[in-house]
Ligand binder design. Sequence first.
Ligand SMILES: [Cu+2]
Length: 109
Amino acid sequence: MAVKDFHIGPGKTHVLAGQVAFRVHNGGPSTHEFVVARTDLGDADLPLGPDGLSVDEDSPQIHVVTEDSELDIGESRVLVVSLPPGHYVFYCNLEGHYLGGMHASLVVS
Ligand SMILES: [Cu+2]
């Protein structure tokens, strides 16, 4: 998994349910965050909050599973999450980054 301006590249788009390890590397050139949410919506169709610049994580259509905030440039982290089957999206929710294209989908089965 790589996050960088303005891209999130999934290593895979389909994994098996259970413990899923995300190795997240911030390729810069700015600070990013990494949010995993369960939703039936497509990764490009998430509702925006009142600022119009970031995803509305209070929306009943989105269930945030985990989030790793403020990855510094060049930093790598491993996030291990237990994921039941479903449709997930990940994105960076710093102002404007989602709109810039920092989102991707993952199917867990
Ligand atoms: Cu970002």
